[in-house]
Every structure is written in structure tokens, then in C-alpha cells.
Design a protein around this ligand. Structure first.
Ligand code: ADP
Ligand code: MG
Length: 163
């Protein structure tokens, strides 16, 4: 299906979108977050964690130094930030693939740095600045699992008259 474009008007709306998507994810789901610093990737991740691991949602910060934070809940959420890693050679050495194909949900900031290590079936969210408090978020799927999440999201937003 074609990509879905959503404009949020506040950090709270971006977080709500994260929570809505989080509630549709399955073990093994992978969210690839792309776009500039300040685009809202960490804010969105807070919403995902709020829905899957609510005890931990206050803790979500960019794991820029840690590279990965794990939030445990009904489905564990592995939150990565590859901003500081140069390319997929570095990342391959760190051995993250066991998480990418594990039974948690992966939310990956700066997923463009993964190059060919990016799994084939991922929901990609591109964050773009669209004014002070506005962000344009373009969501696309690349396989059966991610396309299903996208279809369910569209259905849910239509039911809520948000599309
Ligand atoms: P990233 O992780 O992409 O670098 P962050 O989520 O850390 O971005 O930061 C986004 C910044 O933009 C925060 O300071 C947030 O308050 C601000 N902001 C303003 N409007 C929005 C919006 N609609 N969605 C998300 N963040 C927004
Ligand atoms: Mg961030």
C-alpha cells in the first residue's frame, strides 16, 4: 500500500501516534525511524514504550551513548540509536542482529546507518520538520508484517476520523 503521511502539531500528538502504533505491534516487529535531529524520533518512541512497557515510559531518552536501551513489558522494547555509529561494519561487530530477529519489538533511531543490516520487513517512519511544533511523518511498510500494521493503523485512524 502507498505510504501514509501524518502531520502532528505537538510532541504529545507524536507520542500518541507512537502509542497507537505500539498497540498494533507483534513480537518481532521492527520500526525504522529516519530523519533529522529534533524530528521527534525519541518522542515517538516514548509513546511506543508507553503502550508496550508502561512502567518504563518515563525513562525513555535517546540512547545516544548506550546505543541500546531495553524496556521490559509484555513485549520487550529494544530502543536503538545509531547516530554515533559510522556504518554497518561497526554495527555488525556489535552483534545486534540477535535482537533484530528476536521476540521483542525493535525501535531504531538513525536506522539509515544500518544499510544492508536492516531486516527486510520493517515499518519505516520518516520524520521531517514542518514548522515549530509540526512534524510530517511518512510511514511505509516493506513486507507482510509491516504492511499489516500500516493497514490496521489506517483503519483505526479512519474510525477515529483522524484521516
Ligand atoms: P529526535 O529523536 O528525532 O532527534 P526528539 O524526539 O528528541 O527528536 O526531539 C524532538 C523535539 O522537537 C523535542 O524538543 C520536542 O519538544 C520538539 N517538538 C516540537 N513539535 C513536535 C512534534 N510535533 N512532534 C515531536 N516533537 C516535537
Ligand atoms: Mg533521538
Amino acid at each position: 500500500m502507498p505510504g501514509l503521511k501524518i502531520t502532528t502539531g505537538s510532541p504529545g500528538e507524536t507520542e500518541q501516534l507512537g502509542a497507537a502504533i505500539g498497540s498494533l505491534l507483534q513480537p518481532g516487529s521492527f520500526l525504522a525511524l529516519r530523519g533529522d535531529l529534533g524530528g521527534g524520533k525519541t518522542c515517538f518512541t516514548r509513546g511506543v514504550v508507553a503502550s508496550l512497557a508502561p512502567q518504563s515510559s518515563g525513562l525513555v531518552a535517546s540512547p545516544t551513548y548506550a546505543i541500546m536501551n531495553c524496556y521490559s513489558g509484555s513485549t520487550p522494547v529494544y530502543h536503538f540509536d545509531f547516530y554515533r555509529l559510522a556504518g554497518d561494519d561497526d554495527i555488525a561487530e556489535l552483534g545486534f542482529e540477535e535482537f533484530f530477529y528476536g521476540d521483542g519489538v525493535c525501535v531504531v533511531e538513525w536506522s539509515e546507518r544500518l544499510a544492508e543490516l536492516l531486516p527486510p520487513d520493517v515499518l519505516t517512519l520518516q520524520f521531517e520538520y514542518a514548522g515549530d511544533d509540526r512534524r510530517l511523518i511518512t510511514i511505509t511498510g516493506s513486507g507482510h508484517k509491516s504492511d499489516t500494521v500500516l493497514e490496521q493503523l489506517v483503519e483505526r485512524l479512519q474510525q477515529q476520523n483522524k484521516l
